[in-house]
Ligand binder design. Structure first.
Ligand code: NAP
Length: 261
């Protein structure tokens, strides 16, 4: 199986923590040059400098904000002009929780901008390089809510569905250029995001966090939370040469929690 990414340049967004940081690590282990993007310059710089490297591998970082589409476009166009990007991992923090019916319309617009518009800007900025190489991998980190809406994540459920439809459309448009487009749907994964969800649910219900965690785990057949490295491994596989015939899918990495087929 060909997992070798030597000579490929990957841009991993939301890469300073959690699933993004773990993905940057896995892609570097497979030989890619990795550029890590997220808002906090010290954090991304630290992640980039700690990535595994061998031979001529060169890693880098960008302090960028997916909420600022204009600046994001110019930053990533400049990156790709210097060194074409062959692998794009679209990822950022999830929208705040709460029911859909109480959410302000501004919350939907904000989440749409951070998740869908940012992804679109990033794809457009790297696409000339992928088309020039006749090879590309786009992986979007979304959520199992694409298949089954999650209670109390009204805005997120709504926007994730839009991202999944956008990605499926792109996969049909770009397949002829040797570019695959897939979504990875994390289940409960041990990151800052999971800690925030536990805190929010504890505050909303008055129950202790460990009780909330036990309730969540009761819905997971493998009976544990995922490590970020396990989600990252699935993303890295979809980025590999071996995964060239997989496109347009939604891949849950959720320990079997999603009940639909
Ligand atoms: N963990 C789970 O259990 C779980 C389950 C289902 C879905 N997901 C989804 O998977 C994605 C990643 O989750 P995670 O758990 O890895 O999240 P996380 O630990 O909260 O990490 C989020 C990353 O995104 C970056 N980020 C946040 N806002 C940004 C912005 N405006 N611009 C650029 N970068 C930004 C953060 O870095 P900076 O602060 O430096 O910007 C950080 O590197 C999220 O969309 C999340 O909702 C996670």
């Amino acid at each position: 199986m060909d997992l070798n990414l030597t000579g490929k340049h990957a841009l991993v967004c939301g890469g300073s923590e959690g699933i993004g940081r773990a993905t940057a690590h896995e892609l570097a282990l497979l030989g890619a040059d990795v550029t890590v993007l997220s808002r906090r310059p010290e954090a991304v710089q630290q992640v980039a400098s700690a990535l595994p490297r061998s031979g001529a591998q060169a890693h880098g970082w960008i302090a960028g904000d997916v909420a600022d589409a204009v600046r994001l476009r110019s930053q990533v166009e400049a990156l790709a002009a210097g060194k074409p990007v062959h692998i794009l991992v679209n990822n950022t923090g999830g929208p705040p929780g709460g029911p859909a019916y109480t959410a302000d319309s501004a919350a939907f617009v904000d989440a749409f901008n951070r998740h869908l518009i940012a992804n679109q800007v990033l794809v457009q900025a790297v696409l000339p390089g992928m088309q020039g190489a006749g090879w590309g991998r786009i992986v979007n980190v979304v959520s199992t809510s694409v298949k089954e809406p999650i209670a109390n994540l009204g805005v997120s459920n709504t926007i994730r569905g839009a991202v999944a439809s956008w990605a499926k459309t792109l996969s049909a448009e770009l397949g002829g250029h040797g570019i695959t487009v897939n979504n990875v749907l994390p289940g409960y994964t041990r990151t800052a995001r999971l800690e925030q969800i536990l805190r929010d649910r504890s505050l909303a219900t008055g129950k202790p966090e460990d009780e909330i965690a036990r309730g969540m785990l009761a819905t997971v057949p493998v009976a544990r939370f995922a490590e970020a490295s396990e989600t990252a491994a699935a993303i890295a596989f979809l980025c590999s040469p071996a995964a060239g015939y997989i496109s347009g899918i939604n891949l849950p990495v959720d320990g079997g929690r999603t009940r639909s087929l």
